[in-house]
Write a protein that binds this ligand. Sequence first.
Ligand SMILES: CC1(C)CO[C@@H](CC(=O)O)CN1
Length: 421
Amino acid sequence: YKEKTLTIGGIFPMSGSWAGGVGCLPAVEMALEDVNNRTDILPEYRLEMQSDDSECKPGLGTKVLYKLLYEKPTKLLVLTGCSIVSTFVAQAAKMWKLVVLSYGGSSPALSNRERFPTFFRTHPSATLHNPIRVKVFEKFKWTRISTIQETQELFTSTIEDLEQRVKEANIDIAVRQSFLTDPTNAVRNLKRQDARIIVGVFYEDMARRVFCQAYKERLYGKKYVWFIIGWYPDNWYKMKDDRHNCTVEQLEEALEGHFTTEAMMIHQEPTMTDVGMTAQNFTSRLNEILNTSDTSLITGYPEAPLAYDAVWAVALAFNKTAAKLAERNMKLEDFDYYNEEITDAIYSAMNSTKFLGISGNVAFSSKGDRIAWTQIEQFINGSYVKLGIYDAVADSLTWYNKEKWLGGRPPPDHTRVIDHL
Ligand SMILES: CC1(C)CO[C@@H](CC(=O)O)CN1
């Protein structure tokens, strides 16, 4: 029992623009231990991993991939983190008939079966923020929206997806602004063009500059609603940053009442999952392994459930594939980077993944995208309050009626005659 070994490759960013390997590698190792302790999963095989650090750099990530491929034993699949590394690895991996599973890739560009025919991800695409944004626009009858984005591919393709969705909902994006490093003019133009309901997509360092400018332009308060990204670190606006000259109090004033959206990366119920523990069990085990009192300092900590579930998705897919291949008198260990039949079997097993993991229901769209729930919060008196949860599959929005309006009611999306009376 478990006398044979199957090996996968793992590429983890331990430093760089997203050092998510710090929180995710321990979660992957925990999952490998857990699946190898299960006698009902891969009873003939131990699942092992060879991994290395990409520093979230595509070139180094590619070098790690080649090392994994040219060193024995044969790898049956590769786990990746950062989007930028995943795009390089997933384009190369198909030449070795390898399935790639990302636990940390959020870029919408990865939802492309032409470029990435064997790619899957347990990390949701950044476009997952858009359906709940549209749902909330409809809830408050906002049909005139404005957008402001940092010119990065991640944000450009997220706004493109939003444009698509709002059009289908008969909502209009009346004002579009973008900036590279200095948002001053973009924010000024939003004010000039009477933007009211504003979706802002940028990294947290730019968010501080945007809201400092919003403070100066008075583009905040009871007439405005800002929607920004919800996965910035806690107290992101309090970080020391000499690229803007506002005080924390000024930023807090400009930020009062803003909404954030984010994908939910950990199961919200205390219920037992299909991986044999509750989300709380997972969290306490991980905290013990990380041996830290302040997990907010661990990059990749929020994404750790995605990494843990990625290993389970691999183990369950290999389990299914082993049985399928046996019908054709083939074995997983026959894989040799050329055998398309084995890749196809792994691909179709991965494609039909469906289990309740630590990160919630794990399932993939036809493009390999993670299907997940999203949540919306509001910044009220200096802290975030959960306003609602959206399940896009069931198209159901759960709303807690906790929102606060500085003007006592939802602001209109444009100037109305009565405003002048
Ligand atoms: C939510 C976030 C921080 C988005 O970027 C991901 C990293 C990436 O897409 O490269 C990790 N998770």
